[in-house]
Design a protein. Structure first.
Length: 566
C-alpha cells in the first residue's frame, strides 16, 4: 500500500500550483457539505470509475482526494457522526432505527435520533453568524419538529425523514418498518403532497439553490445537501434512463478490471494491488442466463445514470454559487456515507418474495428504473463498485466502510491524493475550525458528550502530514454488530458476514488490501492487544451488544417510533 501518492507539502509550492485554490480570505468561508448514499468507492471518474462525473471530478482536481476515509457500515450512524463529531454510541445512533434489539431500545446513546448530549454543526454555526440550510435525507429523528432538521439548528430545510424511499412523488417507503417515518418536511411542517414532476435528486438540489439565492445579506452559509442517490430503489428520470445503454453488457469482471487499471493509472492504489474477484457470496457473470445478464446490465445502467444525474445537479448548484460571486470563498466537502448496498429489495426490506410481490411493482425490463418499479443494485455489482476492496454496506470490510472523500475550495492549499486516515466524525471539527468557531462544552443546559473527531484543517493547510496517528491511538468503531479496530495498517474486524463463527479476523492492509488472508492464528499476541483496544473503546463509549431479534418485530413500527428523550 502506498504512503502518499501526490501531496503538496509546503505552502509555497501549493500557492504556485495551478490546481490549488488560494487561501481563504479573512472572512469566514461558506461551507457546502455534500453526502451521497451507498455509492461505491470506485464509481466517480476521479476514483477510477467509468461513470461520467465531471463536476465532482473538477472539485477533486482542485482539492484533495482521501483514499483512507472511513465511515460507519450504515448510513444514519455515519451522518450522525458527521453532524455532531461524536461517536455514534454517544450521539443517539448506537443502533440505526429500526434495527434496535430490546436491550438497546431507548438506552442512552441508542435513542435512534440525535440526543441532547450533542450540538449539531447547524446549531453551533447558526449561533456564530452563519446561515444554515439542509436539503435531502435526514434519518436522524422524526417524532416531532424538535427532532427535524429545523429543530436541530437548520434555519431552512426540506427533508425526507426516513432512510430512503421512492424517488418520485409517490415516494413508496422502503418497507413496512419505515412506513411511519416516510414523509417529507419543510422546516417544521410536514409536506402534504409533492409536485407531480418531483424527483428527489433534482428537488433536493433546487431547494438548496433557492435557500442560498434567498440570502439577503452577506452572512456565510453552511449547506448540508444530503442526497438519497444512488440508494435503492433504483429510480431515474426518462431523459436519463438510457444514458448508459449497453455499456455494462460486458459484465462484472470486465468493468472491475478496467476500474482497477484506471485506479492504478490515477495513482489511487499501488501497482501491486491484485485483481479482486469479490467475496464469492454472489453470482458470477458466466453463471447467468442471457435474460439474467440483460436485467443485471440494466440495473447498473440505471445506477450509473443516477450518479451522472446527481453530478449534473451539483454542476447547477456550483454555477449558482459562482454567479453569486461566492465560489472562491466556499469550502466543498463531498463524500459517500458508506459502501454499496448488496441486498435485494424483496429480502432486505420485506423479508420474503411473496410480500414483495403483493406490492404490485412492475420490475419488467421495460419498466425498470421508472415509477412503480422497485429494484436494487444487487451483490455482484455492489462488489464491482467497491473495487478494489472486499465486502459492502453493513460490514466493516473495506468495501463497506472505505468511501470517497473530496475536500476542495476555500482554505485548502494542498492538492492530490493522500492515504492519511480520516473518520466521518473528523468532518465536524474540521468545519468548525474553518469557520473559526469553538464547540461549546454545554448546550441548552446539557453537558455535551466528548468529540470523537479530529480536525483535518492543519493537514489541509499543509501544516502537518497526518490527521490520525492510529499507531499511537487505535481507531475503533461499530454499527449493527460489525466492529473494526485499526492500528496502523493492521486491522481487526468482526461481524457475522465477515466470519460466521463471530471470531475476530486480523488483516494486514499493507500486504493484503483486498482482505483475503486472516492472520489471527499467526499473530495471537497482536489480536489480544487489539481486542483490548476494542474493549477499552466499548466501555468508554457505551457500546451495548445486541441481544436477540429486532424489537420492532414485537411492538410494531408505529409504537417503535414513538421514542422520546429519557
Amino acid at each position: 500500500m502506498f504512503e502518499v501518492t501526490k501531496l503538496v507539502s509546503t505552502l509555497l509550492f501549493a500557492a504556485l500550483s495551478s490546481n490549488a485554490y488560494t487561501q481563504s480570505s479573512p472572512s469566514k468561508p461558506n461551507i457546502m457539505l455534500i453526502v451521497v448514499d451507498d455509492m461505491g468507492y470506485s464509481d466517480l471518474g476521479s476514483y477510477g470509475g467509468e461513470i461520467r462525473t465531471p463536476n465532482i471530478d473538477k472539485l477533486a482536481s482542485n482539492g484533495i482526494r482521501f483514499t483512507r476515509f472511513y465511515t460507519q457500515p450504515m448510513c444514519a450512524p455515519t451522518r450522525a457522526s458527521i453532524l455532531t463529531g461524536v461517536d455514534n454510541h454517544q450521539n443517539g445512533l448506537g443502533a440505526m432505527a429500526p434495527l434496535h434489539t430490546k436491550n438497546q431500545y431507548m438506552q442512552p446513546g441508542y435513542e435512534g435520533f440525535l440526543n441532547d448530549k450533542v450540538a449539531t454543526l447547524a446549531e453551533v454555526l447558526v449561533s456564530n453568524g452563519y446561515h444554515t440550510y439542509m436539503s435531502g435525507k435526514w434519518h436522524l429523528g422524526s417524532l416531532n419538529s424538535s427532532q427535524y432538521p429545523y429543530g436541530r439548528g437548520f434555519e431552512k430545510s426540506f427533508a425526507q425523514m426516513a432512510g430512503g424511499s421512492g424517488y418520485f412523488e409517490d415516494g413508496d417507503p422502503l418497507g413496512p418498518y419505515d412506513e411511519p417515518v416516510t414523509f417529507y418536511v419543510k422546516n417544521d411542517k410536514k409536506v402534504d403532497q409533492l409536485p407531480k414532476d418531483f424527483y428527489s435528486t433534482k428537488d433536493f438540489t433546487d431547494h438548496m439553490i433557492q435557500f442560498i439565492k434567498d440570502s439577503s445579506d452577506e452572512k456565510p452559509f453552511f449547506g448540508y445537501l444530503a442526497y438519497t442517490a444512488p440508494h435503492d430503489p433504483l429510480h431515474i428520470t426518462d431523459d436519463y434512463i438510457n444514458k448508459y445503454k449497453g455499456e455494462y453488457d460486458i459484465g462484472y469482471d470486465s468493468i472491475r478490471k478496467s476500474r482497477l487499471e484506471r485506479m492504478k493509472d490515477l495513482d489511487l492504489i499501488d501497482q501491486s494491488v491484485p485483481y479482486n474477484a469479490g467475496t464469492g457470496n454472489f453470482p458470477k457473470w458466466k453463471s447467468l442466463t442471457d435474460d439474467q445478464k440483460t436485467i443485471q446490465a440494466r440495473k447498473m445502467e440505471i445506477y450509473a445514470s443516477m450518479i451522472e444525474y446527481l453530478d449534473d445537479q451539483l454542476g447547477h448548484l456550483i454555477q449558482v454559487i459562482k454567479d453569486m460571486n461566492r465560489f472562491e470563498n466556499t469550502l466543498f466537502i463531498f463524500m459517500s456515507d458508506n459502501g454499496p448496498n448488496p441486498y435485494e429489495s424483496a429480502f432486505y426490506y420485506l423479508g420474503d418474495v411473496d410480500a414483495f410481490n403483493k406490492k404490485g411493482y412492475d420490475n419488467s425490463l421495460k419498466n425498470l428504473g421508472r415509477k412503480n418499479s422497485f429494484t436494487s443494485l444487487g451483490g455482484s455489482w455492489a462488489e464491482v463498485t467497491a473495487t478494489p476492496y472486499s465486502y459492502y454496506k453493513t460490514t466493516t470490510g473495506e468495501g463497506g466502510i472505505r468511501a470517497p472523500l473530496i475536500i476542495s475550495g476555500s482554505g485548502v492549499v494542498v492538492d492530490g491524493i493522500t492515504d492519511t486516515t480520516v473518520h466521518a466524525a473528523d468532518i465536524y471539527p474540521t468545519i468548525l475550525e474553518y469557520a473559526n468557531v469553538e464547540r461549546p462544552e454545554t448546550f441548552k443546559g446539557k453537558k455535551l458528550n466528548p468529540l470523537f473527531g479530529q480536525s483535518a484543517k492543519p493537514f489541509l493547510e499543509a501544516k502537518t502530514n497526518n490527521i490520525r496517528n492510529t499507531e499511537i491511538t487505535p481507531l475503533c468503531f461499530e454499527s449493527g454488530g460489525h466492529k473494526a479496530v485499526y492500528q496502523g495498517y493492521w486491522k481487526l474486524m468482526q461481524g457475522s458476514t465477515i466470519n460466521e463463527n463471530g471470531n475476530w479476523v486480523l488483516i494486514n492492509l499493507k500486504t493484503d488490501p483486498t482482505e483475503k488472508v486472516d492472520l489471527s492464528a499467526e499473530h495471537p499476541a497482536r489480536v489480544k492487544r487489539m481486542t483490548t483496544h476494542w474493549e477499552d473503546y466499548s466501555k468508554a463509549y457505551g457500546y451495548i451488544a445486541p441481544e436477540g431479534k429486532m424489537y420492532v418485530l414485537d411492538i410494531g413500527a408505529e409504537e417503535f417510533y414513538k421514542y422520546e428523550q429519557k
